[in-house]
Design a protein around this ligand. Structure first.
Ligand code: CA
Length: 395
C-alpha cells in the first residue's frame, strides 16, 4: 500500500521536472544553433536579431509538424480545388499583367511560361498566400524538436540566415510555411540558395516581393531539375481495350513504342512528337490516362508527388487555353472547386451546423458537420466535401 502514493509522488515530481528539463533543453539547443550560425559565417548581430524573440518552441509549428500527411485522398478532390475556374481566371489575368516578364523568363530558360505561372498559382495562389510563420522561429523549433531530420532543419535555418547575411533579404521577409518554404513560389532556404536568381537585376534575389525574381528562379529550378526545352510535359491519351502493358511514370518508352502498344491521343488520333514518356493512370484504367514526359518529372521534383505534378501540368495547359480533361474521373461524386467549398460551408451553416466562419477550408469542424448531415440523410458518414453532399444541402 505504501508503494502506490510514493509512485504517484514520483510521477508528479517528474512531470514538473520534465517541463523544466524541456525548457532547459530548448535553451541549450538555441545556444548550439547560435554557435553553428557563427561557425557558418553569419554575423552574431543577425543571429541575435533573428532569434531575440525565440524563447520556446512555436506551438503552432509543433502541431502542424505532427499532422500526418494526407495519404488517402481522391485525386478528383485534389484536382477540383487546385485547378478550378477561379485559379484559371486569376492565372490568365496574372499572366497578362506579367506577360513581358514571363516571356523573358521563357526566353532565357526555355521553360514554358504557362508552367512557370502554374507553379506560382498552385504554390501561393499567384503570391497571395505565402505563409505566416517566422522562419527563424519555425526552423529553430524543428531543429530543437530533435527528430530524425535535425540536420536538415539546421541547414534550412542557416541557409535562411545566410540570405539575410548576403543582403538578398531582410529578416522581416522570412515568413512562410511551418516547414520553411517561403516566397512567391515557396522555395525552402537551401533551394533558394541554389536556384534563386536576380531576374529584375536590382542586385538582390528577392523571391518574396519581386515577381520577376520569383518566376525566373522557378524556371531556373526546373532547368536544374531536368527540364527539356521544347518537349511536352503531359498528353491525355486513350488506352486500347484490355490494356495490359506497362504503366507508371518511370516506365518510360518512346512514342513509337506507345503507338505499338495501341495508345492513341484522347481523340483516337496517332501520337506525334518527341521524347520518352511514361503512362500515368491516376485513378486506374477507368479514369483519364496520360503520357508524362521528363518535363513532368522536373515538375514532380518540386513537391515529389504525382498528383502535384498533374495539377501543375494541367493548370499550365488550361492557362495555355487547352480544355479540361476529356475523360471524366471514375466517380459519381466529383470534387468541388474552392468557390463550391465555400458555398458548401455556407449551406452547412444555413442548415444549422456550427462550423465557425465559412473560409473555404474544409477543416475538422466542417468534416464533422458533413458527417452529421450524411448520417441525417441515411448515408455512410465520410466527412468528405463532394458534389453529392453539396447538391443535397442545396435542395
Ligand atoms: Ca532582384
Amino acid at each position: 500500500m505504501r508503494l502506490l502514493p510514493l509512485a504517484l509522488g514520483i510521477t508528479f515530481l517528474s512531470t514538473a521536472a520534465m517541463a523544466d528539463d524541456r525548457s532547459e533543453k530548448f535553451l541549450t539547443c538555441l545556444a548550439g544553433i547560435k554557435q553553428a550560425a557563427t561557425a557558418a559565417g553569419i554575423s552574431p548581430s543577425i543571429t541575435e536579431l533573428a532569434l531575440k524573440d525565440v524563447k520556446e518552441p512555436a506551438e503552432r509549428v509543433l502541431k502542424l509538424s505532427e499532422v500526418q500527411p494526407e495519404t488517402k485522398f481522391h485525386i478528383w478532390d485534389y484536382m477540383g480545388f487546385l485547378v478550378d475556374d477561379q485559379r484559371i481566371e486569376d492565372g490568365t489575368a496574372m499572366m497578362a499583367q506579367h506577360d513581358a516578364t514571363l516571356r523573358a523568363v521563357e526566353q532565357r530558360y526555355g521553360v514554358n511560361r504557362h508552367v512557370v505561372a502554374a507553379v506560382w498559382g498552385v504554390e501561393t495562389d499567384y503570391g497571395r498566400t505565402t505563409g505566416r510563420n517566422f522562419l527563424p522561429h519555425a526552423l529553430t523549433t524543428m531543429v530543437c524538436k530533435n527528430d530524425h531530420r535535425t540536420e536538415f532543419w539546421r541547414k534550412q535555418l542557416i541557409a535562411a540566415l545566410q540570405l539575410v547575411e548576403r543582403g538578398d533579404l531582410q529578416l522581416e521577409k522570412l515568413y512562410g510555411s511551418w516547414a520553411g518554404a517561403f516566397g512567391q513560389t515557396q522555395f525552402i532556404p537551401t533551394t533558394y540558395e541554389h536556384f534563386a536568381v536576380d531576374f529584375d537585376g536590382d542586385g538582390k534575389r528577392d523571391l518574396v516581393d519581386s515577381v520577376p525574381d520569383a518566376l525566373g528562379s522557378t524556371a531556373n529550378y526546373l532547368v536544374g531539375n531536368g527540364w527539356r526545352p521544347g518537349e511536352s510535359w503531359l498528353i491525355e491519351v486513350k488506352l486500347p481495350d484490355n490494356y495490359t502493358d506497362p504503366t507508371g511514370r518511370k516506365n518510360k518508352a518512346s512514342l513509337a513504342t506507345w503507338r505499338d502498344r495501341g495508345i492513341t491521343r484522347w481523340d483516337g488520333s496517332a501520337l506525334k512528337g518527341q521524347g520518352q514518356a511514361g503512362l500515368l493512370l491516376p485513378a486506374g484504367k477507368e479514369g483519364p490516362a496520360f503520357l508524362t514526359f521528363k518535363n513532368f518529372d522536373a515538375i514532380w521534383t518540386y513537391n515529389r508527388a504525382e498528383s502535384y505534378a498533374l495539377a501543375i501540368s494541367h493548370l499550365a495547359d488550361r492557362l495555355a487555353g487547352y480544355p479540361a480533361f476529356r475523360t471524366a474521373w471514375p466517380t459519381d461524386d466529383p470534387g468541388l472547386s474552392r468557390a463550391e467549398r465555400l458555398e458548401l460551408q455556407k449551406r452547412l451553416i444555413a442548415a444549422g451546423y456550427d462550423i465557425g466562419e465559412a473560409d473555404g477550408k474544409i477543416g475538422s469542424r466542417s468534416q464533422a458537420a458533413i458527417r452529421a448531415h450524411e448520417e441525417k440523410l441515411g448515408w455512410d458518414p465520410t466527412g468528405r466535401a463532394g458534389r453529392k453532399i453539396f447538391d443535397a444541402l442545396g435542395e
